[in-house]
Design a protein around this ligand. Structure first.
Ligand SMILES: Nc1nc2c(ncn2[C@@H]2O[C@H](COP(=O)(O)OP(=O)(O)OP(=O)(O)O)[C@@H](O)[C@H]2O)c(=O)[nH]1
Ligand SMILES: [Mg+2]
Length: 693
């Protein structure tokens, strides 16, 4: 398996097998070698022993018997074979020889004259025959005794008497003493069959005992080798186990046990050639949970982990054979889907994934509702390598998020640029915060009855490098996505509160001014928000009652625990809440029981056509009446004309903001505006538009 995930397994060294084979071969070779050596050695031994005995025999014969036959030795060469056989001297010699041979293993004797003629033989048939070319005879005639063993004699020597026997034949010169000349050559046949048999038996016994010793040695070594083999096996198993665990750890996600990015890339790489061969599509889908951070923030990391495991299990259920689902980080999963035959097929899988994720998850007695955004890239249309496909699926997923989440989105070419622009903008935003490039403008909020500025709404502004203002609606969603919203919000609160304090320091009479600050929904769901704002207020040294946090209706829906905690925490320290854009959402005051709001802000869309637009007039009238019935103050936004202001005041609206009273301005201008207004006679106030009755 890859990035080296398909690793080679090193085979185990099979000690016992090699030991057994090598030992067996060694034993057989040792037995053969021993046998050969022994045979050679014993034959030599037998030859030496037999020859020595025959030399002694010949010596005795030469000295005691042979001198009696000098006569026939001389005349014998003139006689033919028949005459020799019937010669009385030969008959006497025959008896003498048989006399000597009795009781000994000698089974035959020949006596050759120096010309090679057989003068005498215990086998009469051989008398008179010629052995002048016999190598044994020739050697003996030169004075060198010579012997040879004929095993299992087939020649039928001595008329067949020695057939099948082992015979030692020695040629020995006959002479009176050592220094005398050679007179004849004696050939002595000795039957060594029994001797040979005994030797062979001894030889077998020796081999057997050597083999037995080797077998015992083998047995001892076998036990040692078996023990060593077991240790090797155990170590090998342990090593394999460690390797397998290591391979698993490096290729799988620890939390969900799904393959990780490394293994996924490998699987995609493996599937691509097959997709190319069979002309199939291969899809890579990035599945990212929506707003998963809320779960971590409101219920804790442990619940978040549990949710991730459940999602991993569910996604695995959507897979077909050959598919892979991997967790590649945080709340992001990537599926490799080879063998896709059509887009319809693919969208069915994506829908199945979305629907299985949306099944509520039970956790500690509550139901969690999850959604996800899926981005899909296809081989070969969007890329031909795993990395490109994964990158494009990721872009498509981000696009699905931008389009509202809980959907699947196929990659389309221009996404590349969009995402790059977004990444660049994210970088710029982070840099802007670091370099203090953001600024706050302040828009006056007017008391419609007195016409005085009672407070300011802090509005975030960001000038780009050309000096143009970039609208918060353009960059706030991005700051929420990239996590910048939290530090940015912190900065906004700190800046606005400090500013309020600075105005008051410069003009102590302004200690009744209020400050409204907008809060992002994402930030409202962040644990610890209330502590952060409380400490900012404390550090700035302002009265918490003068700070209004602007939230929207949708932020209160959903019973989010962090929201509840933040809301009550902020209320406890005395900070107030205004409900922004009222009328555009649920328009229900029912949930105000859980969230006691201090101020209601009517959205500009209802104000813009007042008083002529009857529908808007009816809505605004109803909202004001509703608010008054529960003793809620009301601010109308987007007031641009005197007629709008007059209508609102008539309906009982308390406060207003809009271009009629002042655009958002830098802090110094705002201060001048307030001071200018407060310095005037109320009747001259530009905001005292409606004459007091
Ligand atoms: N419980 C848990 N949370 C994790 C883990 N890894 C990352 N996270 C969190 O997962 C969250 C992923 O956040 P994002 O995907 O950026 O944001 P989101 O809230 O899901 O919002 P969108 O994806 O934009 O819809 C972050 O808050 C991470 O801290 C983990 O192993 N366990
Ligand atoms: Mg997410």
């Amino acid at each position: 398996m890859a990035a080296g995930t398909a690793q080679q397994v090193i085979p185990m060294f099979r000690l016992l097998r090699y030991f057994s084979i090598a030992s067996l071969i060694s034993m057989v070779l040792a037995a053969i070698a021993l046998n050969l050596f022994n045979q050679l050695f014993e034959k030599q031994q037998l030859l030496r022993f037999g020859e020595h005995r025959n030399i002694l025999l010949t010596k005795a014969f030469s000295q005691s018997i042979w001198p009696q036959y000098q006569n026939i030795a001389k005349t014998g060469k003139m006689l033919d074979a028949g005459a020799l056989r019937s010669h009385p001297e030969i008959a006497r010699l025959n008896r003498s020889v048989w006399e000597i041979m009795r009781g000994s293993p000698t089974v035959g004797v020949n006596i050759f004259l120096l010309n090679g003629r057989t003068l005498f033989s215990t086998d009469p048939a051989q008398i008179g025959s010629n052995s002048s070319n016999d190598p044994g005879f020739l050697s003996a005639r030169r004075g060198l005794p010579s012997s040879q063993i004929v095993t299992n004699d087939k020649s039928g020597t001595f008329g067949g008497k020695l057939a099948g026997r082992d015979v030692l034949a020695s040629y020995i010169p006959i002479r009176g003493s050592e220094d005398d000349p050679i007179e004849a050559v004696m050939k002595i046949y000795t039957d060594v069959t029994e001797l040979q048999k005994n030797e062979t038996l001894e030889e077998h016994l020796l081999i057997l005992s050597v083999v037995a010793v080797l077998a015992v040695l083998y047995g001892v070594l076998f036990f040692i080798a078996r023990h060593a083999d077991r240790i090797i096996r155990k170590q090998y198993e342990q090593q394999r186990h460690v390797e397998q665990s290591l391979r698993h750890v490096t290729t799988h996600d620890a939390l969900t046990n799904l393959p990780n990015r490394l293994l996924l890339l490998d699987r995609i790489k493996q599937s691509l050639p097959s997709a190319e061969r069979h002309n199939n599509l291969l899809a890579v889908a990035t599945i990212a949970l929506d707003n998963f951070q809320n779960i971590n923030n409101s219920l804790g990391h442990q619940v978040g982990d549990k949710v991730l495991k459940i999602v991993a299990q569910r996604l695995s259920q959507c897979l077909r054979e050959g598919d892979t689902i991997a967790r590649v980080g945080g709340d992001e999963f990537v599926a490799s889907l080879p063998d896709i035959h059509s887009n319809v097929n693919l969208f069915q899988i994506a829908k199945k994934m979305l629907s299985i994720i949306s099944v509520p998850i039970e956790s500690e007695g509550r139901e969690l509702h999850l959604t996800a955004s899926i981005g899909i890239a296809l081989y070969p249309e969007h890329g031909s390598d795993a990395e490109t496909l994964m990158r494009k699926a990721d872009m498509a997923m981000h696009s699905a998020k931008r389009l509202g989440r809980n959907r699947h989105q196929m990659f389309v070419e221009h996404m590349d640029e969009q995402v790059q622009q977004q990444v660049q903008l994210e970088d710029e935003l982070w840099r802007a915060l670091k370099n203090n490039e953001f600024v706050l403008y302040y828009q006056p909020v007017i008391d419609l009855n007195s016409g005085t500025i009672i407070g300011a709404e802090a509005l975030l502004r960001w000038p780009n490098e050309h000096g143009d203002w970039i609208s918060p609606s353009e960059f706030i969603p991005l700051t929420e996505q990239c996590g910048l919203i939290v530090p940015l919000s912190e900065w906004v609160f700190s800046e606005a509160c400090t500013q309020l304090q600075m105005w008051q320091e410069r003009e102590p009479g302004l200690n009744d001014l209020t400050m409204s600050v907008n809060l992002s929904s994402r930030h409202f769901e962040t644990a610890g928000l209330s502590t952060m704002i409380a400490s900012v207020v404390e550090q700035a040294g302002i009265d918490p009652n003068r700070l209004y946090i602007e939230i929207t209706e949708s932020m209160l829906a959903g019973n989010n625990e962090s929201v509840l905690a933040n809301f009550s925490g902020l209320k406890r320290v005395g900070i107030k809440f205004s409900l922004d854009d009222f009328g555009t959402g649920y328009s229900s005051l029912g949930y105000l029981r859980n969230f006691p709001i201090d101020l209601l802000k009517i959205d500009r869309t209802f104000v813009q056509d007042l008083p002529d637009n009857a529908d808007n007039a009816a809505i605004v009238t109803t909202i004001i009446a509703l608010a008054n019935s529960v003793n809620l103050a009301v601010v109308a936004k987007g007031v641009e004309t005197g007629a709008q202001a007059a209508f609102l005041q008539e309906q009982g609206c308390h406060y207003a903001q809009g271009f009629l009273f002042g655009r958002p301005v830098p802090p110094d201008e705002f201060l001048s505006l307030v001071l200018a207004q407060r310095g005037k006679n109320p009747s001259e106030s530009p905001f005292q538009l409606i004459p007091t009755p």
